[in-house]
Design a protein around this ligand. Structure first.
Ligand SMILES: C[S@@+](CC[C@H](N)C(=O)[O-])C[C@H]1O[C@@H](n2cnc3c(N)ncnc32)[C@H](O)[C@@H]1O
Length: 270
């Protein structure tokens, strides 16, 4: 089994995605789309951005490597009555069966960054985008002081060194890597732009402690860290560091969670 697929299928990311709905909708409003539009949401999870895209009138295909998230997405689409939205299994490294130049917009929010072959990912995203279309990617930034980047930093400190040749997903947050990958896929430098943006993890009733528990149980990179930490007696220390981080960054005025996380939003004109 592909370890990338196994990792994301093992955790139920829908539990964390429930904190991301407001920001998913806000991001799609900010990107601004004008239907009729065919959109691919790559590494779509259970549809945090695919569902608002479909609500705006786009025809949307969500592709994700995790079968359980594809099933959850299709259930959410059916419940919402969104007949022009479908989710299917696929790998961002190789979008076999997806036609060249078939989408006006390709969106990937904290999704394709987790695929193991970044140059292939950039090439595939460019291949399936129509000339005149756009790619919008949201990627966490290495060493950024806000929540998710710090969770990933803490998690990697508790995880054994990766196999040789492993490329960190965080390199997708580095300007020079982003430029290199899209230029290699044939995009001129001047067609690539990036800004910093903020996602908010929000729940009126769930506490930061409950939120950290969900990351430990369901967020692929943190699950790996927990597994390793349990083996060498470091699980309590890992939990303590994550909890301190979540409590320090929580901006909720009541018992709930409202935690900002900065990311790099990249727009590529194809
Ligand atoms: C952090 S979640 C984000 C999900 C969604 N974009 C959202 O904002 O809620 C990362 C997603 O990327 C998916 N993913 C990881 N590697 C992938 C790959 N190689 N191809 C497609 N999807 C992948 C995971 O299954 C997971 O759904």
């Amino acid at each position: 089994m592909n370890p990338n697929k196994a990792l994301w299928e093992e955790g139920d990311f829908t539990e964390i995605a429930a904190f991301m709905r407001q920001s998913g909708e806000a991001l799609i409003q900010a990107i601004g789309i004008t239907p009729p539009l065919r959109v691919l949401d790559l590494g779509c999870g259970d549809g945090t951005t695919a569902i608002p895209l479909a609500r705006l009138g786009a025809e949307v295909v969500g592709i994700d490597i995790a079968r359980n998230l594809v099933e959850a997405g299709n259930r959410r689409a059916a419940e919402a009555g969104l007949t022009r939205l479908r989710f299917q299994e696929g790998d961002a490294c190789n979008l076999a069966g997806v036609a060249d130049r078939s989408f006006d917009l390709v969106v990937s929010i904290f999704g394709a960054m987790f695929a193991p072959k970044p140059f292939d990912v950039a090439k595939e995203m460019v291949r399936v985008t129509k000339p005149g279309g756009r790619i919008v990617m949201g990627n966490w930034i290495p060493n950024d002081p806000t929540f998710v980047s710090q969770v990933l930093k803490i998690s990697s400190a508790f995880t054994p060194p990766p196999p040789e040749g492993f490329v960190s997903p965080m390199t997708w947050g580095v300007e020079s890597n982003i430029m290199e990958r899209f230029c290699h896929a044939g995009v001129p430098r001047e067609n690539i732009s990036m800004v910093q943006d903020t996602y908010y993890f929000a729940s009126p009733e769930k506490t930061p402690t409950q939120f950290v528990d969900l990351f430990e149980k369901f967020y692929g990179p943190t699950m790996n860290a927990v597994e390793a930490a349990q083996k060498n007696g470091q699980a309590e220390e890992l939990h303590k560091q994550l909890l301190e981080l979540a409590n320090a960054q929580n901006k909720s005025k009541n018992a709930g969670t409202f935690i900002p996380a900065t990311f790099r939003r990249i727009t590529v004109s194809v």
